[in-house]
Structure formats: C-alpha cells, structure tokens
Design a protein around this ligand. Structure first.
Ligand code: SF4
Length: 462
C-alpha cells in the first residue's frame, strides 16, 4: 500500500476546492449566456476543460440538464377550464383569496384536488370548527330562552357550554376528539377557552348598543342572503357562496348600521395592503352584500380572537390588572367606520382614550384619533368595497383564463410567504434547481396612502 504524504493530500484538496469554485462560476456564466448576455471567451475553454475531465463530466452534464428544466406551469387548456368550472364559476371568497395567495397551489388543491392524507389527530382546524359550532349554538339557545345577555352570569354560561360541548361530542362527526388519549385534557381546555371567549363576546355585546342580527349566516341559493353573482366584461358569470360568523345591527338617528364579526383563532389587523393584494376580501365583501340586502349602512368588519390568552403579568399584579390584560387580548381588530356616534354604539363605556373592545381611540375632545384607530371614512369604505368588487372580477377572470402561474405572495411587512405552510412545496419546486420563479411582493404602505391610491385607480368616482 502506497502512503500519501499529508502535503500531497492537502495540495489535492486545495486544487479540488479551487476547481469547485471555478465550476460554480462557470455555471453562472452559462446561465448568463442563456439569458442572452455576452461572456468572456475564456469560459468556453473552461467548459471544455471540465467536459474532458472524467470526474467532472457527469456533474457538468447534470447541471446543463438542470438549466433546461423549468417549472413554470402552462395555462390550462380551454376544454379543461370548462370541465373545471362549467358555464358559471361557482366559488367562495376564501377560494379567491387562496388563488391570490398562489394560483398554482389553488390549482393543485381545487383543480386537481391533491391533498395530503388526513391525519387522525386533532388539528387546529377541527377545534376551530368545533368552537364556532358551540358559540353559534350557545347564542341560539340564549335567544330561544329569551335570556337578556346582561342577566347571564359566568355560572350560567359555564353550565350552558358544558351541556352544548357534551351534546356535540356525542355526534359521530366529532368522534375524532374521542379517539385520542389526550381527549379529556383537550376537551377541558376547549371548554375553558370557550368560556373565556364567550364571556368576552357577551361583555362586548352588553356594553354596546349593537345586537345580534344573525349567527352563521350563509350566502347561498334558497337563503335570505343569496349568493353574490357577478358578470365579467366577457360575460362570464361568477357565483359566490359563503358564510359569516355573526352580523350585528344598531339604530342611530342617521339610520341603521351593520357590522360583521369573524371569530378567528389568530387575529391580525385588517391590513389594507392585503386587501389590495386580494388576500383579505371576505369581510368587506360580505359587509357590502349584507348592507345591500338589509338596506343598511356599513359600521365595520371585526375579528374576535378565540384564544387562551398568554399573559405577561408580575406576581404582584392585582386581580383588576390581570382582568384588564385579559380584556386587551380579547379586543377586536379590523376596520370600523370613522363616526363617533357609531363608535360609541359599539362601545357604550367609551368616553375618551382607547376602547378595550374595538380598534378606536377618542382624544380629550372626544374626536376620533385616526392615527390610533383603525377607522375609515364612509367614502373610503365605499371606495374599498367598490375596489374589492373589481378585484374579485379580476381574480375570477384570471381563473377562467386558466392562469395557474407559480407566483406566491411575499409580505414585506413580516416577511411571510404563501409557501410557508404550503403542502405542495415538493411538487412545485419553487425557486429550486435553477428555476427562475418570482414572488409577488406585497408592499407595506401606510393605510391613507393605499386608500388614496384606490381612490385614484377608481378615477375618484364612487
Ligand atoms: S410552495 Fe409556494 S409556489 Fe409552490 S405551490 Fe405552494 S405557495 Fe405556490
């Protein structure tokens, strides 16, 4: 056996490393050439060098193949589009939002119906649906029994929730909950979260002049709230069905006002940048539709957090301080009408300062502080709604054209993308193996700037 000196070994390693660096640079140069750029003639010789070297030949050939590969999906053929959508595109706002997030992932999920295997475990989605169901039933029962909300004690709420949860758990579709040993712990936790959430929902209603107009309202054929029907400029019909968690109403001297409430397991502000990008159309669209049907004015769209709040309090915190902290976590987020009278109808305890129920702040004179509130004027509301309508048509038009481009969003605000939790990563190969894909960047502009842009785009016409 011939021993190799350390010096020779080192020299070989250095050479190998240098070759690797040159090879990588060669690859970049070949890419430039493919894109039409001129490259130095030395790289042709370098290419020949690697091609003739036995240990590099295969790597070079594989790399060349990778350069040829493209994962850019071609649009769907016309007859396939018709088979997928029929004469009328029947869809929901959440699906249009999904399409806006990434058309290709939408196509894989709803066009090809590719989905990962359902795992027999209690996932967020199950608990979310279950909680929505319990809350809906809770308010139905209280309304049937004609119990005024302000007379409901915490004990009454707990007893009713216990009853509803146990009833719902005996329904076969909820057996999934009982199929895990963690069941008891989970159910007890769910009951606790439900009690806390319902308590704050009741509080937000008791301390307001808004009353529930309906829970779990569906926009569908045969219901009071019909599906929305839009027609594109090309004459194609779009039928949009959907459901809202709750709709409230309040009377004022100027007329009646409606607000839409959505129960969510993670609440974020309603960022108008995301509305413009087609990612948050749901609540604004339903509010507009509900206002049209009921012939009322829009008061706002709000998200209510269904969570078990994690508190940052000190050991010396008083009961009142802890209660105040919990309350803050249940403060609703969203977009409301910049109208002091309507705001005070939403929070009857608010005089000045920040409301602990809605995203509103009144200064010392009792005027709305726009910088500290999430408010829009009546005119801005109308522009926003008109814009979302146009956007829905635009998104539907792209779907009907068969556009399934690979273009996930990228939010500059928090650097999140549509790919983060996407189950189709391995299929689409986004930005992998030398593929040239691009994100659709979502800017983070100030609300007023976005609203001005919308107004301009609409030509200043309502
Ligand atoms: S991983 Fe990203 S690019 Fe690929 S389908 Fe999903 S969202 Fe679209």
């Amino acid at each position: 056996m011939v021993e190799q000196s350390d010096v020779t070994k080192e020299k070989e390693e250095v050479e190998m490393l240098q070759e690797k660096q040159v090879f990588n640079e060669l690859f970049q140069q070949i890419r430039k050439k493919k894109e039409g750029e001129e490259i130095d003639s030395i790289w042709y010789a370098v290419y020949q060098y690697f091609l003739e070297k036995e240990e590099w030949k295969q790597t070079l050939q594989n790399s060349m193949k990778a350069l040829e590969y493209t994962n850019i999906p071609a649009p769907i053929e016309k007859d396939m589009i018709h088979r997928l959508y029929g004469d009328t595109l029947k869809t929901s706002i959440s699906r249009l939002e999904k399409y806006s997030a990434c058309p290709f992932s939408f196509y894989l999920q709803y066009g090809l119906k590719l989905s990962t295997k359902t795992k027999l475990k209690v996932e967020r989605i199950n608990t979310g649906t279950f909680m929505h169901d319990v809350i809906d039933t809770f308010f139905e029962r209280i309304a049937e029994k004609q119990i005024p909300l302000k007379e409901l004690s915490l004990e009454d709420m707990q007893a009713e929730i216990e009853k509803i949860v146990e009833e719902k758990l005996s329904i076969p579709r909820n057996y999934l909950f009982t199929s895990t040993p963690k069941y008891k712990v989970l159910v007890n936790r769910l009951k606790k979260v439900l009690l806390q959430s319902i308590y704050y929902i009741v509080q937000s209603l008791v301390e307001s002049d808004f009353t529930i107009l309906g829970n779990e309202i569906e926009f569908k054929q045969g219901s009071k709230y019909k599906p929305m029907v839009l027609t594109t400029e090309e004459g194609q019909k779009i039928e949009i069905t959907g459901k809202i968690d709750r709709m409230d109403i309040a009377k004022t001297e100027k007329g009646d006002y409606i607000r839409i409430i959505d129960y969510k397991s993670s609440v974020k502000d309603l960022d108008v940048n995301e509305v413009v990008a087609g990612l948050r159309l749901q609540l604004l669209t339903y509010l507009e539709e509900a206002c049209k049907i009921e012939e009322k004015n829009p008061a706002g769209v709000l998200y209510f957090n269904l969570i078990e709040p994690v508190l940052k309090t000190s050991r010396n915190s008083t009961k009142e301080e802890i209660e105040k902290e919990i309350r803050k976590r249940f403060k609703m987020k969203g977009l409301i009408l910049a109208d002091v009278e309507v705001i005070k109808k939403m929070d009857t305890t608010l005089q000045t300062g920040a409301s602990d129920k809605i995203p509103a702040y009144l200064d010392k004179e009792g005027n709305i502080s726009m910088g500290k509130s999430s408010c829009v004027t009546k005119e801005q509301f109308e522009y926003l709604q008109q814009y979302t309508n146009k956007l829905i048509q635009k998104i539907a038009k792209e779907m009907l054209k068969g556009n399934i481009t690979l273009m996930p969003y990228y939010k500059l605000k928090d650097k999140t993308t549509a790919c983060q939790y996407c189950e189709y990563k391995s299929i689409c190969q986004f930005n992998k193996a030398g593929c040239k894909n691009a994100y659709r960047y979502i800017p983070y502009w100030d609300k007023q700037v976005v609203l001005e842009n919308i107004k301009e785009k609409l030509g200043g016409n309502k």
